[in-house]
Ligand binder design. Structure first.
Ligand SMILES: Cc1cc2nc3c(=O)[nH]c(=O)nc-3n(C[C@H](O)[C@H](O)[C@H](O)COP(=O)(O)OP(=O)(O)OC[C@H]3O[C@@H](n4cnc5c(N)ncnc54)[C@H](O)[C@@H]3O)c2cc1C
Length: 401
């Protein structure tokens, strides 16, 4: 990737100077000039220029000609908040370990943080990392786009991973897109399935497409690394037998320009409105349009309470304003994988299923015998949920004494 000013088109209007968040553009003899050491190739100036005088230059790797054989191993980005590792990172290490068996390669964790972050490294080995690329700096204590992007870009260029997996969290989505553009790789966002093509040995990246009506499998045959983001709870985290003894840590010097530090974190404020942590709940009772009335969420809440579970919801109920969006399960809500998922009056459209089909046991309550939810349910209860839910609650209370 590169960038250039087309001098003959530049009208000297200075719009790009104001648009650049990194102060990388200045005027010289009435023409814009870019300081390439400060530029992050974010493209803000390109879209601002009314004269099409700024061009982002992409290096095109021609099909079959790029040297892909030098790219080896599977990397997982380790996301953390003040040193506490996000469970999605362990889930991706577990999945990477499985994929590495097909590729006969190693799994590496990519960890950036301040010096205290080293305390969490043993866990990474126990979830399947063969090695850890570690970069420590006080400025890495919390995630910030520019310094993380620059350092990891340099890591990729130096060590050439074949596959790079990142959690589809707010942080992961922000980072993955930027890394992909820096290293001229493709990126498949929000994958719900990964596998290795047995013949071509490339990564099959599956995700819902066309509003969730089809599952598309996407490949990146000509570019490396093959990059994918995966939503939390799509894969299970499993500790590796006998792992943990190996300690292969590769220290990587941080690459930070002072322009990367223009964003300062002044403080962290917890969103107190989020009272449910659906993704960590072991039991979820979800309500759909079939509960007929918003006040009937009380029944769903009572059943969830006797089971010490959390309340989920379909998008239809969220869109209708019956419950807050924090409870929504599905493609545009949360992906969950509890031990028990009880779907009450939920039809089972694909956009809902992609968010909960990884649950260990699924109980569906629906009065329509042809409802698609029954196709994936472990147990189906054909009936009116307004009768079944209170009956279940009563019975469980009785059994628990
Ligand atoms: C791009 C896109 C993203 C989407 N993302 C999501 C998402 O993240 N999550 C999500 O859930 N949806 C999502 N949707 C919407 C999805 O397609 C469905 O419209 C939605 O899931 C339907 O919700 P529902 O099952 O509650 O309602 P309905 O489809 O209306 O189903 C209600 C069900 O209740 C049953 N029923 C009715 N009365 C009773 C009763 N008394 N007792 C028992 N059963 C009863 C009916 O038989 C029916 O099966 C998305 C759609 C699009 C296009």
């Amino acid at each position: 990737m590169g960038i250039k000013i087309l001098q003959d088109k530049c009208a000297g209007c200075t719009l790009c100077v104001k648009a650049c968040p990194f102060g990388a553009i200045k005027m010289e003899t009435k023409k814009a000039v870019i300081d390439l050491t400060a530029c992050t190739l974010c493209g803000a100036c390109v879209s601002t220029c009314k004269f099409n005088a700024i061009e982002l230059i992409k290096e095109e790797a021609k099909s079959g000609t790029a040297d892909l054989s030098s790219y080896k191993n599977i990397w997982v980005f380790i996301e953390h908040h003040l040193g506490e590792i996000n469970p999605v990172s362990y889930e991706l290490l577990t999945e990477a370990k499985k994929l590495s068996e097909d590729l006969k390669c190693e799994v590496a964790a990519v960890l950036l943080g301040d010096e205290k972050i080293e305390n969490g490294i043993d866990e990474l080995f126990s979830y399947g990392a063969d090695k850890v690329y570690l970069s420590t700096h006080a400025e890495f204590k919390e995630y910030r786009t520019a310094p993380y992007t620059r350092t990891i870009t340099e890591m990729i260029k130096k060590f050439k991973p074949e596959i790079f997996l990142i959690g589809a969290t707010t942080t992961g989505r922000d980072l993955a897109a930027r890394l992909a553009i820096r290293v001229n790789a493709g990126l498949t966002a929000d994958c719900t399935g990964l596998s290795i093509d047995p013949k071509k040995k490339i990564l099959n990246q599956t995700r819902p497409a066309f509003g969730g009506n089809i599952m598309a499998t996407i490949i990146s045959p000509n570019h490396r690394p093959q990059m994918a983001t995966v939503r939390p709870k799509v894969f299970k985290r499993i500790k590796c037998q006998g792992a943990g003894a190996k300690v292969d840590i590769i220290k990587f010097d941080p690459v930070i320009n002072k322009e990367d530090l223009v964003v300062k974190i002044l403080g962290l404020i917890k969103d107190e409105s989020i009272k449910v942590n659906l993704q960590e709940a072991e039991i979820i009772v979800s309500g759909g349009r079939g509960i007929s009335d918003p006040k009937n969420f009380k029944m769903v809440e009572e059943l969830a309470a006797v089971l010490s579970g959390a309340v989920g919801a379909s998008r239809a109920t969220v869109d209708a304003g019956w419950i807050s969006a924090h409870h929504q399960v599905g493609q545009t809500g949360k992906t969950v994988a509890p031990k028990l998922y009880i779907a009450c009056g939920i039809s089972g459209k694909i956009q809902h299923l992609v968010g909960m089909q990884g649950s260990d046991t699924i109980v569906a309550i629906n009065k329509d015998p042809d409802a698609p939810i029954f196709k994936i349910a472990t147990y189906g209860i054909l009936g009116d949920c307004l009768e079944v839910i209170p009956a279940l609650t009563r019975k469980i209370k009785e059994l628990r004494g």
